[in-house]
Design a protein around this ligand. Structure first.
Ligand code: I3S
Length: 167
């Protein structure tokens, strides 16, 4: 992240733009509210930032405008990591004009003890939808129009959940 998603046994990291909605919170059903979110998988935590540029990143992606896409993703990524105190931001200096603090992580979920499966048609009429359940009683639907994108996320989430199954 941002340019090369990497995986290791101790820390997996992956990010991208996904459509997300909660359907259950603390065990209670909540109304769907699909939003395009900058999504970061970091270790066993999945973070969602309502990046102001999410839609922009998406449109750059679709238009094949990769330099702009990279800048936009970098900008979103910087914002998504900004609130974490352990990270030093010094080296982001030259790019700060793309960042700012307009966007904060919307929410984060702990994947340990959770589960993922492909959502049934009853859960959503959209295609390529992952249903993620957490031990804390949050259920999310995660979707991308791009088959390969959502398949990669499915794989990554499954891997993290399996790795941390006994924690
Ligand atoms: O599971 P539902 O309730 O049919 O989900 C749809 C609704 O949340 C709908 O919103 P309103 O009922 O507030 O108008 C959304 O616009 C749809 O996207 C939801 O369904 P999908 O199948 O897209 O997840």
């Amino acid at each position: 992240c941002p340019s090369s998603p990497k995986h290791s046994s101790t820390l997996s990291e992956k990010c991208g733009v996904l459509n997300v909605t909660k359907i259950t919170e603390h065990g209670k059903k909540v109304r769907k509210n699909w939003t395009s979110s900058w999504t970061v998988l970091q270790g066993s935590t999945l973070l969602f930032a309502k990046g102001q540029n999410s839609a922009t990143s998406w449109s750059y992606y679709r238009s094949g405008s990769f330099p702009e896409l990279l800048l936009s993703l970098l900008s979103n990524w910087k914002r998504s990591v900004k609130p974490r105190p352990a990270v030093s931001y010094k080296h982001y200096g030259p790019y700060s004009k793309f960042g700012g603090n307009q966007s904060k992580p919307e929410f984060a979920v702990d994947l340990r003890g959770g589960s993922v499966e492909w959502a049934s048609k009853e859960k959503s009429s959209k295609k390529h939808v992952i249903e993620l359940k957490t031990r804390q009683g949050t259920e999310l639907l995660i979707q991308s129009e791009i088959d390969s994108v959502i398949t990669d996320w499915y794989r990554a989430l499954t891997e993290v959940i399996n790795t941390h199954a006994w924690e």
